[in-house]
Design a protein around this ligand. Structure first.
Ligand SMILES: [Zn+2]
Length: 307
């Protein structure tokens, strides 16, 4: 298996430290999602075998579906607490995916608490894009009304995604975006935007029109949070695979390649928003393609990184 019990069940998970910035995993769901054939429609008939080979254990043997962690990342910088993506949330309308519909679950909040951060202490919520599994905890139900979960936070959202969702008037918009807009807590941003001294938004449009990945820099080190520019580490070898939920699949391929190039050239630590646990490693250039090298959690714990 490519993950250990501690990584799967442990809530208190500081994944790494980038200079002065602590990066914590805020895991909400670790469950089978959909069949690989459906998720990667252009990958050919061998897609299941290819993923099994490259990412052992990432396909659930019972259901045959790809296991997709749903997680955010908490960045504790010297000056701010920044939550990157807020997962599915509770009580949300998700008619297209029953397991995400009107959930009532404490795991996300427990993970935040384990990182010693209360909802009042989040300074920024940074949305890589505005899909339902990245914005759910933006809001919560209070006396039948959706209110921002993080009362003191500025919420940074990609401008083009906000426009798309607003025009569709989707449930996601009404439940997880509009209440934050109405509370005056939203800042619409574009790629290149800098948040404090350590965080920059990297353009990866395609999955959604305004999709961004997140660069974290401190002390001469860099980490990259992928967002949904990739969904499995197998896409390092196969960046050209289309993904079922990409708005513009060809543009997504271009963005995926440019992100992979950046990660390999800078030797950045890579944090995959949906990568199989432990979701952390490096991208290496490999004969015109790329390959994934997982970072070993056990050695990190032994070396005292975790706590
Ligand atoms: Zn996603």
């Amino acid at each position: 298996m490519s993950f250990n019990i501690r990584a799967t069940k442990g809530l208190k998970t500081m994944l790494c430290k980038i200079g002065d910035v602590e990066v914590w995993r805020i895991l909400e769901i670790h469950a089978p999602f959909m069949n690989p054939e459906e998720l990667f429609p252009t990958a050919g008939p061998d897609v299941r075998a290819i993923i099994e080979n490259l990412v052992p254990g990432s396909i659930d043997p019972n259901s045959g579906r790809l296991i997709l962690p749903i997680q955010g990342f908490l960045l504790k910088t010297p000056s701010h607490n920044i939550l990157v993506d807020s997962c599915v949330g509770n009580d949300k309308t998700n008619q297209n995916h029953a397991a995400w519909h009107q959930r009532s679950d404490g795991r996300f909040m427990a993970a935040l608490k384990a990182a010693d951060v209360g909802t009042h202490e989040i300074d920024y919520v940074l949305c890589t894009h505005l899909h339902v599994d990245h914005i759910g905890w933006n809001t919560q139900l209070e006396d039948g009304r959706w209110v921002p979960t993080f009362p003191n936070a500025r919420y940074l959202m990609p401008k083009d995604d906000e426009e798309t969702q607003r025009l569709q008037n989707s449930n996601a918009y009404v439940e997880s975006v509009l209440p934050v807009v109405e509370a005056g807590q939203v800042e619409l941003v574009e790629a290149g935007h800098k948040l404090g001294d350590h965080v920059t938004l990297f353009p990866t449009p395609g999955h959604t029109p305004g999709h961004v990945s997140v660069l974290v820099k401190s002390g001469g080190k860099e980490a990259v949070i992928t967002g949904d520019a990739l969904h499995t580490t197998a896409q390092c070898q196969h960046p050209d695979w289309h993904f079922k939920f990409d708005a513009d699949a060809d543009l997504a391929v271009k963005s995926r390649r440019s992100l992979l190039e950046h990660c390999s050239e800078t030797s950045s630590l890579v944090l995959g928003s949906h990568f199989a646990l432990p979701s952390i490693g490096h991208v290496k250039a490999d004969n015109g393609k790329f390959r994934w090298e997982e970072r070993d959690l056990v050695s990190r714990i032994v070396s005292g990184f975790d706590r």
